[in-house]
Ligand binder design. Structure first.
Ligand code: ADP
Ligand code: MG
Length: 695
C-alpha cells in the first residue's frame, strides 16, 4: 500500500478542491473555511457539482447529510444522485442547495422538548470546515442539525459556536501582544480512544453485551489484570491484523490514526490519532468508533466501546488532549523562549486554570453518563472531582509569581520574577501523573474523564466556552490598562491566588485527596443525577448565553435529554438483566441442581448407607441461592415498575440510581455466587474467563 496515495483518498479535502475547483471558487471557499464565514449560493453550486463528479469517480451513487444528533452517535439519510429527466432517462445531479442544506424529519431524535414547542422539522446545514468524505457507496457531507428557529439539536452546532467564541476572545488577547496577523485561533484536539476486543462468537452468546454493551453479570476470573502483563505487551496476530485494517480504513478517510498499543486490562487496546481542529477531531472520532466496530466484525471480533464492559478490570476512557493554536501556527499553551512570550503563555495558562475552577460542574457534566459513572472514581480513572495537574516545575513558577519571590529553574539559574523578567520556562519538564482528571502535558491539557463511548463534543464545548469567557474578562481589563505588562502580571498573580485550589499534583486516587478536595470546597459529583442539575444554574446559563454557545432554552433541553438518557440506559439494563435471569439463569441453576440431586439419589439407591456431604451441600447451596435470586429478581422488577409513578426527570434519574441500579447490583452478587459453584458447561453463556482471553 502506498500510504501517501491512500491517506485522504476518500476525502474531498483541500488538495482535491485546489486541483478540481475553478481558481476563483477555490479561493472564496478556502477563505470561507479558513475564516469561518458563511458560504454564498453561487460558490456552493460549483462546489456541489465538482464534489458530485469526484464522488461518482470514486464509486459513490448516493449522498447523505451526516450529522450528530444528541444520541451521541451519527445519523444519516441517504439520497441517490439520480434525477429522472423528461423522456424516461436520468442524470446524476447534486445541487448547491442539496449540498448546503437538507431537511430532515427528525421527530424521532431527542430534542428535550425543543421541537415540540417549535416546528416539528429540523434541517441540516453543511459545515465546510469538516471535509466531505466517502463511506461505502455514499458521499457523506458533515452537517450541523438545527430546528427551524435555529435551535441546536446536535453536538456539532454548539461545538462550532464555542470554537468561534474562543477564537474571538483569544484574538483580543493576542492583539494586545502585537499579533495583529492572527485571523483565527483554533481549538486543537487529539482524542486517545480505548476499547476492548473480544471474540465475536462469545459476544453473540451474551444478551447483556448485545443489548447494553456491558456484562451485567459475571463472576471474576482467577486471573484478571493483576500481573500487569497486558499493558504495552505484544500484539496477538489477529489483533494486529485488525489494527492494520482499521488504520488503513481511517487513513483513507483522512483520519491520522497513529499509535496503537495494548492497554492495562486484558483484551483492552488504544488508538490515538494526530491532533487536529476540535471540530474535525470530533467528527473523526465518531468515524473511528464506527470503523472499529465494522472492521472488528470482519475479523471475528466484537469491539466494545462501553466505559465499563467488565467489572473488576479497568474500564475505557477517551483522553481528550486540548490546546489552542493560531492560524499562523503558534500553540498558545507552548511555554515560550523569552520572557515576553512567557507572559502570554502564563496568561493563557491561568485562563485555563480559572475557567476550570469556575466551571468544575460543567466539565463534570460534559462527561456524565450512566456508563461513565462506573468508571469515574474507581481506582483506574480520575475521580469525579475536577482538579488540574501542572507538574512541580510549573507549580513552583506560579507559586514564586504569587509570592513575588525568586524562582530557581531546573538549571539552577536564578531568575528574579518581576514585571519585565517573567521566568524562562524549561521545556518538557512536566512529569507524568496518570491520576489527574486534567493534566498539563508540556504544551496541551489532557482531559482524562471523557468516557470511551461518548462524543467528545461536549467536553470541548465546555473547555472552549469556559476559557473564552475568562479570556473575555482578561481582555476587557487589559484593553483599558495603561501599563500592559504590569496589568498582565497582576492578572496572572490574582488568578493564581484566587484559583490555586483547583491545582493538585498528588495522587488523585487516594482517600486523602478526596478529604482535601472537600476541605478546599471543590465539587464532588459522583453520579450523573448529582451533576446534571448544575447545567441550568444561572451562572452557567449566563456564560453560555454571553458566549453565544447555548441559549437558556437549549441548555434546559439538554438537561432533560441527558436525564432521560440516563434513565433509559438503566431501564434497558434492568430489563435485560431480568430477561437473562428469568429465562437463562434460573432455568440453568434449576437444571444443574436437579442433576446434582439425581446423582445423589441414584448413588444412595446403590449404596443406601453412603454419606453424601458434597452433593447434598451443593444442592442445598444452589437451592438457597436460587430462592434469593428469584426474590431479588422480583424486587428488581417492582423497582422498574415503580419508575412510571415517579414525577420529573430528575426524580426518575434518582430512582434509577438509588433503587433500580442498587437492586441490579444485589442481584448480580447472587448470580455471580451461583456461577462460582455451577458446572461451566451448565452455565448458559460464556463467563469472564473465556471472554477475557482472546486467541
Ligand atoms: P503523550 O504520549 O504525552 O500522551 P502524545 O504526543 O502521544 O503525548 O500525544 C497524545 C495525543 O495528544 C495525540 O493524539 C496528539 O496528537 C495529541 N496532541 C499533541 N499535541 C497537541 C495539541 N497541541 N493540541 C491537541 N492535541 C495534541
Ligand atoms: Mg496520553
Amino acid at each position: 500500500m502506498n500510504l501517501q496515495e491512500t491517506f485522504g483518498s476518500l476525502v474531498f479535502n483541500d488538495a482535491v478542491m485546489r486541483q478540481r475547483l475553478p481558481k476563483e471558487t477555490y479561493r472564496v471557499l478556502h477563505r470561507t473555511i479558513a475564516e469561518g464565514r458563511t458560504l454564498n449560493a453561487e460558490v456552493a453550486s460549483v462546489v456541489a457539482n465538482t464534489m458530485k463528479d469526484w464522488a461518482i469517480e470514486k464509486g459513490a451513487t448516493h449522498y447523505t447529510h451526516w450529522f450528530q444528533p444528541m444520541t451521541g452517535i451519527t445519523a444519516e439519510k441517504h439520497d441517490s444522485f439520480l434525477s429522472p429527466i423528461e423522456g424516461g432517462g436520468a442524470i446524476m445531479e447534486f445541487s448547491g442547495k442539496e449540498l448546503v442544506r437538507g431537511e430532515s424529519d427528525a421527530s424521532s431524535f431527542p430534542s428535550g422538548g425543543l421541537r415540540s414547542t417549535f416546528e416539528a422539522r429540523g434541517y441540516t446545514a453543511w459545515d465546510p470546515t469538516s471535509y466531505a468524505f466517502i463511506k461505502g457507496d455514499t458521499l457523506c457531507i458533515p452537517t450541523a442539525f438545527c430546528g427551524y428557529g435555529g435551535q441546536a439539536l446536535d453536538k456539532k452546532t454548539p461545538l462550532l459556536r464555542s470554537m468561534q467564541a474562543l477564537s474571538h476572545q483569544a484574538k483580543r488577547i493576542l492583539r494586545l501582544f502585537g499579533h495583529n496577523d492572527v485571523k483565527r485561533v483554533i481549538a486543537t484536539v487529539g482524542p486517545e480512544q480505548e476499547y476492548f476486543l473480544i471474540d465475536r462468537e462469545l459476544y453473540e452468546k451474551r444478551k447483556d453485551l448485545i443489548y447494553t454493551g456491558r456484562t451485567l453479570l459475571g463472576a471474576r476470573p482467577p486471573k484478571g489484570q493483576e500481573l500487569d502483563d497486558h499493558y504495552f505487551g505484544n500484539l496477538k496476530p489477529r489483533v494486529a491484523a485488525f489494527m492494520r485494517e482499521v488504520d488503513e480504513e481511517l487513513w483513507k478517510l483522512g483520519v491520522s490514526a497513529k499509535t496503537e498499543h495494548n492497554e492495562a486490562a486484558p483484551c483492552q487496546h488504544e488508538l490515538a490519532p494526530i491532533f487536529t481542529t476540535a471540530n474535525l477531531a470530533t467528527d473523526h472520532n465518531q468515524l473511528t468508533m464506527e470503523t472499529m466496530k465494522r472492521v472488528a466484525a470482519k475479523h471475528g471480533f466484537a469491539c466494545l466501546l462501553h466505559e465499563k464492559p467488565f467489572a473488576g478490570v479497568n474500564g475505557s476512557g477517551k483522553h481528550n488532549n486540548w490546546s489552542m493554536s493560531t492560524d499562523t501556527g503558534m500553540n498558545l499553551l507552548e511555554p515560550g523562549e523569552t520572557p515576553g512570550e512567557n507572559a502570554q503563555f502564563l496568561l493563557f495558562l491561568v485562563a485555563v486554570i480559572k475557567a476550570v475552577d469556575l466551571h468544575q460542574d460543567l466539565l463534570r457534566i460534559s462527561v456524565a453518563s450512566a456508563g461513565n459513572d462506573h468508571r469515574l472514581g474507581a481506582s483506574e480513572a480520575p475521580p469525579a472531582i475536577i482538579s488540574i495537574f501542572l507538574g512541580d516545575e510549573l507549580e513552583a513558577i506560579l507559586e514564586a509569581l504569587e509570592h513575588h519571590s525568586a524562582y530557581e529553574a531546573g538549571q539552577r539559574t536564578e531568575v528574579n520574577i518581576g514585571v519585565k523578567t517573567l521566568p524562562r520556562i524549561p521545556k518538557d519538564t512536566t512529569d507524568r501523573n496518570r491520576t489527574s482528571p486534567l493534566a498539563f502535558t508540556g504544551n496541551k491539557f489532557e482531559f482524562r474523564m471523557p468516557g470511551s463511548a461518548m462524543s467528545i463534543s461536549e467536553a470541548n464545548v465546555v473547555l472552549n466556552t469556559a476559557v473564552a469567557d475568562v479570556l473575555m474578562g482578561f481582555a476587557e481589563q487589559l484593553e483599558k490598562a495603561e501599563d500592559l505588562r504590569a496589568a498582565v502580571e497582576q492578572i496572572v498573580v490574582d488568578t493564581i491566588t484566587n484559583h490555586k485550589r483547583i491545582i493538585f499534583n498528588g495522587n488523585n486516587y487516594s482517600a486523602e485527596w478526596k478529604e482535601e478536595a472537600h476541605r478546599r470546597g471543590l465539587l464532588d459529583l459522583p453520579s450523573t443525577p448529582d451533576a446534571l442539575p448544575y447545567l441550568i444554574l444561572p451562572k452557567n446559563i449566563a456564560m453560555f448565553e454571553q458566549q453565544r454557545v447555548y441559549t437558556g432554552e437549549e441548555l434546559h433541553s439538554r438537561y432533560e435529554i441527558q436525564l432521560e438518557n440516563y434513565c433509559k440506559v438503566i431501564s434497558i439494563e434492568a430489563h435485560t438483566m431480568l430477561d437473562i435471569v428469568n429465562k437463562e439463569i434460573i432455568p440453568a441453576i434449576m437444571n444443574y441442581s436437579r442433576q446434582a440431586a439425581e446423582a445423589a439419589l441414584s448413588k444412595r439407591a446403590l449404596i443406601p448407607d453412603l454419606q453424601l456431604p458434597c452433593e447434598e451441600k451443593l444442592v442445598k447451596q444452589l437451592s438457597i441461592l436460587l430462592g434469593s435470586i428469584s426474590a431479588k429478581a422480583e424486587a428488581l422488577h417492582e423497582s422498574v415498575l415503580a419508575l412510571s409513578n415517579v414525577d420529573t426527570p430528575l426524580h426518575q434519574a434518582r430512582h434509577c440510581r438509588d433503587s433500580i441500579f442498587l437492586a441490579m447490583q444485589e442481584l448480580r452478587c447472587l448470580v455471580d455466587e451461583a456461577e462460582m459453584i455451577t458446572d461451566e458447561k451448565a452455565w448458559p453463556f460464556p463467563g469472564y474467563g473465556a471472554l477475557l482471553t482472546t486467541k
